[in-house]
Ligand binder design. Sequence first.
Ligand SMILES: [Ca+2]
Ligand SMILES: [Ca+2]
Ligand SMILES: [Ca+2]
Length: 256
Amino acid sequence: CDQFHWGDNCNNTCNCGAGAERCDRITGCVCKSGWQGTLCDTDINECSGGVNPCDTSPNQRCVNTPGSFVCQCVTGYQNVTGICTDINECNDNPCEQLCDNTVGSYTCSCRAGFTKDANDKCQDINECDTTLNKCDQNCLNTPGSYKCSCNDGYILSPTDQRTCDIKTECTTFNCTAPGTCAVNSDPAEYCTCPTGYNLTMADNITGICKNIDECEPSNPCADTCTDKTPGYECSCTKNGTKLDSDEQSCTDRDKL
Ligand SMILES: [Ca+2]
Ligand SMILES: [Ca+2]
Ligand SMILES: [Ca+2]
């Protein structure tokens, strides 16, 4: 027989399929492994037999191919030196905010202050909504959080950041000693100076108490005036005179 025929008198035409190794002049088409049939044109489905040729663990599946088969890792697993191992999908940052790797998969979640919507997007929670509002007075929504603030005359509690307490202490004014700061009912802050000082404002919030020179320009003393901080002192320099009990006048010693 020539290479295209086989059998008695070479009556049969080989016509072998893709899975044939050769055409035997006596038996006809000889199949390569993975193929079957007279013409070797039928793939053997190695995956459909009673014995799974792949790893029987649920992480691996058998995929039939023409003339052979391959063992593939199922979704969520990858082949690491022959073993289907969980893929840590979080390494590729598939989530908008938080990623938790799970065996065979992963889950996305949102940071505190956000909720996951139907499309798995993280949406800011508006804590200033009437139902959620925790602020005593004013609420400002921010991405992932919120801020409380208070009306004029109130200060935000530094401990809970929500409660507004009536302002009793100065928070912005700086009154240089011996000045003191106080809060009005309106509730503006202001500086006060003790007697003997004049208040001058260095700027809108800085008050300075300056000594008053009571001796200038008009002398309140009958004789000599010495300015003090604060106050002033009168003294009598003329012979025979002495400071009166009013601390200003000078009286003859004789008359005392
Ligand atoms: Ca096959
Ligand atoms: Ca995983
Ligand atoms: Ca918010």
